[in-house]
Design a protein around this ligand. Structure first.
Ligand code: ZN
Length: 170
C-alpha cells in the first residue's frame, strides 16, 4: 500500500465527473487499498478517488477519524435523505478553508463493495455528512460551491491569482 498525493484546488481534475467502476479486478483492489492508506495517513474522515487523480466513482469513509473503521462505497447513490442541518466542513483538496454547508443527517446509500456486490447502508450524523461531501467530489463539486454566495465570492476573490482554468473567477 502506498499513500497517494492529494490534488488541491484549483486542479481542473477535481471538476471532472467521475465514471462508474465496471472492472472489479486487481487494479481496483490496489487503488482501494491505497485510498485507505491515504485516508489513514491524512487523518481524514473521507476521500474520493478524484481527489487522488482517479476519475472513478469510489469513496472511502472513516467517520471515527482513526483509520480503523474504514468503509468502501463503489458506484454509490443516495436513495433517501432526511433531517437537514447546517454543518461545518473542510476538505483535503481545499486546504485552509472551513465553511458551513447544508447537509442531511440521515441518508440511505446504495453502493457496491470491492467485489462488485451491491449493498445498502443507512447512515447517520457524521458518516452521513461525509458521504454527501464525498459524493459531491464524484460530480466535480467542491464544498465551497455550497457555501453562501457572498462567502464564495470573498473566497474566490482571495484566490483570484489561482483561478480555476475554464471557470469564471468572480
Ligand atoms: Zn473534500
Amino acid at each position: 500500500m502506498s499513500r497517494l498525493a492529494i490534488l488541491e484546488y484549483p486542479d481542473i481534475r477535481l471538476r471532472d465527473q467521475a465514471v462508474p467502476v465496471t472492472d472489479f479486478g486487481g487494479a481496483l483492489h490496489e487503488l482501494v487499498d491505497d485510498m485507505f492508506e491515504t485516508l489513514r495517513a491524512s487523518r481524514a474522515i473521507g476521500l474520493a478517488a478524484p481527489q487522488v487523480g482517479y476519475n472513478q466513482r469510489i469513496v472511502v469513509v472513516d467517520a471515527s477519524g482513526t483509520g480503523n473503521a474504514p468503509t468502501l462505497f463503489i458506484n454509490p447513490r443516495i436513495t433517501a435523505r432526511h433531517l437537514w442541518a447546517v454543518i461545518e466542513e473542510s476538505c483535503l483538496s481545499v486546504p485552509g478553508l472551513e465553511g458551513r454547508v447544508k447537509r442531511c443527517l440521515r441518508v440511505t446509500v446504495e453502493a457496491q463493495d470491492r467485489h462488485g456486490r451491491p449493498f445498502t447502508r443507512h447512515l447517520e450524523d457524521m458518516e452521513a455528512v461525509v458521504v454527501q461531501h464525498e459524493l459531491d467530489h464524484l460530480e466535480g463539486v467542491l464544498f465551497v460551491d455550497r457555501l453562501p454566495l457572498l462567502r464564495q465570492l470573498v473566497w474566490r476573490w482571495k484566490n483570484r491569482h489561482v483561478a480555476e482554468p475554464g471557470r469564471v473567477s468572480a
